[in-house]
Write a protein that binds this ligand. Structure first.
Ligand SMILES: O=C(O)COP(=O)(O)O
Ligand SMILES: [Mg+2]
Length: 314
């Protein structure tokens, strides 16, 4: 897919080309982990870029598959890391969008069984969606535990306190075909320092898919639903005016393609340019949806373009 400037995918761009892109787009969607920050550390220059875009009147939103924190937590994190003007309504997390999906699309009537962190439960409760209480009985097993009545959905997100009992309970609830099976995202893993990895929600969902014999509906990237949330909150967004900036081909770039957005891969996160070139050279046309229109080493590559624009305006 060629971007607005006719570039073939995987083209590294900088300077004047980035400036052209900044002038042509008015809606910027940023992935967080691997683009804006790594864990608790901002990527060098990221705050300056985001602050400059907002100062120039561009729309900036953040689309993160991380389901572990409530949005307020992100506002504090952005402030802590030097992003001066990020507001709650610019943050679209897979937990917040899962709550919107259950409230506004499913209009769920009944309880939701959650496999996930406290941040996911908080977003659901904030949206008025009752969650099945977690048991703290150390002797509870699937043979003797109580199962809640009227569970109308099972929602799986990143859960670093996953237990066999939680998986077993979810499998029982999913025996009811009326009970929806949802996942906040399908990320398989998250790289950690020292070559370690953290299993993602996708690995927990896969376990439940095998146990239940059912397939989950994924709310987060690469599904289009997060863009639908953004579009309805900003009263209609023109995909042609958007640029999706991410670090992962199979979630961020595919999300952008699925929503008809131009896409930019930054090489500060999970995916490398060689992987993107492999997808581009693939005979399988479905693989071309993973190919970014543009590639930059880091979003800090935007900074010289702002300086050019300033000089031009002086
Ligand atoms: O940390 C994660 O779950 C991934 O988050 P991201 O979508 O912001 O990269
Ligand atoms: Mg990321």
């Amino acid at each position: 897919m060629a971007g607005a400037f006719g570039f073939k995918g995987c083209q590294k761009i900088r300077g004047a080309q980035i400036r052209g892109l900044l002038e042509a787009k008015d809606f910027f969607l940023f992935d967080c982990d691997g683009v804006i920050w790594h864990g608790e550390n901002a990527i060098t220059g990221a705050a300056k870029v985001v602050n400059a875009l907002i100062r120039r009147g561009k729309n900036v939103v953040f689309v993160t598959n991380n389901s572990t924190r409530p949005r307020e937590n992100y506002v504090n994190k952005f402030t802590r890391l030097g992003f001066t003007d990020v507001m709650l309504d610019q943050i679209f997390s897979s937990s917040y969008c899962s709550a919107l999906y259950l409230r506004d699309v499913v209009k769920v009537r009944g309880q939701v069984f959650v496999i996930g962190c406290e941040g996911l439960r908080m977003e659901l409760l904030e949206a008025g969606i009752p969650c099945v209480e977690e048991t703290d009985d150390p002797d509870a097993t699937i043979y003797n535990c109580a199962l809640a009545p009227d569970v109308k959905a099972v929602l799986v997100g990143h859960d670093d306190k996953l237990t066999f009992l939680k998986l077993a309970k979810a499998s029982c609830y999913l025996r009811d075909p009326e009970c929806l099976f949802l996942a906040t995202d399908n990320d398989p893993f998250h790289p950690l320092s020292g070559g370690r990895i953290l299993p993602g929600s996708g690995s927990l969902t896969a376990a439940l898919e095998v146990a239940s014999g059912r397939k989950a509906t994924v709310i987060g990237k690469p599904s289009r639903f997060m863009f639908e949330c953004i579009s309805s909150q900003f009263r209609g967004v023109d995909p042609a005016q958007c640029l999706m900036v991410g670090d992962r081909l199979e979630t961020d770039m595919l999300f952008g393609s699925n929503c008809g957005l131009d896409t930019m891969l930054t090489l500060t996160g999970v995916s490398q340019i060689e992987e993107a070139q492999e997808y581009r050279n693939s005979d399988l046309t479905t693989n071309h949806s993973y190919v970014p229109d543009y590639v930059v080493d880091t979003i800090a590559d935007f900074l010289p373009a702002f300086e050019d624009m300033e000089e031009q305006n002086d």
